[in-house]
Design a protein around this ligand. Structure first.
Ligand SMILES: [Cu+2]
Length: 252
């Protein structure tokens, strides 16, 4: 009797913790979206809180807790602008240590210091840029995709302990996107909150590219995969991961 009660109590605690995280995430996403739309300059601090503080502390297993939220190293990693033509050239360019295999849609990384350029865009633009097809999981013609080293939503094979410098660029003409890493695989819901379970990295959702102005938004952050296993990179914008905007990461 008392055992059951105890178990229920701990389940409630975990549930409320998850709820708290979800609410916090939603609030930050909403504030960020509002900030980008209005060009509100205080976004530096909030982006920093999200990108450099809370989640990177969690992911590094830092004992700092929420100290990063106060530190605010945000401005140094806030999204910057990149020329669209430069960004598009990354669609078919790979570093020497990245071996892309179109036959099984896989990229093998042989370095333990990796620069990973992740481009976000609609599936048709991805096909036009890469001349490759998306995997079956993202066959929806209205879907959104990641382009990495010339492939669409490829499986990434990286070495345990590798330092991964992510350069995320939103090349979509109309949609907001981001890329986060998580241990939770598909299927994802419209609001992909299951991804919060086993979250490895987090970043703000960033605005679409300005094709008439010729620039796109870019956001950089670094992840270290310290454990063997399977992870996923996904877009947290509602509906995108559900429709297939994700790919697998194998750490071996
Ligand atoms: Cu997206």
């Amino acid at each position: 009797m008392s055992k059951t009660a105890k178990r229920n109590y701990s389940v409630i605690n975990i549930t409320s913790l998850l709820l708290m995280l979800i609410v916090l995430l939603l609030v930050v996403i909403i504030i960020l979206l509002a900030g980008y739309i209005s060009g509100f300059s205080m976004m530096n601090g909030i982006a920093g809180m999200m990108g450099a503080g809370m989640f990177s502390n969690m992911m590094n297993g830092g004992s700092g807790g929420y100290a990063g939220m106060m530190g605010g190293t945000g401005s140094s990693i806030l999204s910057s602008r990149i020329n669209i033509s430069t960004a598009e050239s990354y669609a078919n360019k790979s570093p020497s240590y990245a071996y892309a295999y179109p036959s099984n849609n896989t990229v093998l990384f042989t370095s333990n210091n990796i620069t990973l350029v992740v481009l976000a865009m609609g599936v048709q633009r991805a096909i036009n840029l890469t001349h490759e097809q998306p995997p079956a999981s993202d066959s929806n013609s209205a879907g959104n995709t990641f382009v990495i080293d010339g492939l669409i939503n490829p499986t990434l094979i990286i070495t345990k302990g590798a330092i991964v410098h992510i350069e995320f660029i939103n090349l979509d003409s109309s949609e907001y996107h981001n890329v986060i890493m998580t241990a939770t695989g598909p299927p994802y819901q419209y609001m992909p909150m299951s991804a919060m379970n086993g979250i490895v990295s987090m970043m703000p959702i960033i605005q679409p590219a300005n094709y008439s102005g010729g620039t796109a938004s870019e956001y950089n952050y670094t992840v270290v995969f310290d454990n063997f296993g399977t992870y996923w990179y996904i877009c947290m914008y509602p509906g995108h991961a559900q429709m297939g905007m994700y790919g697998k990461i194998v750490v071996e």
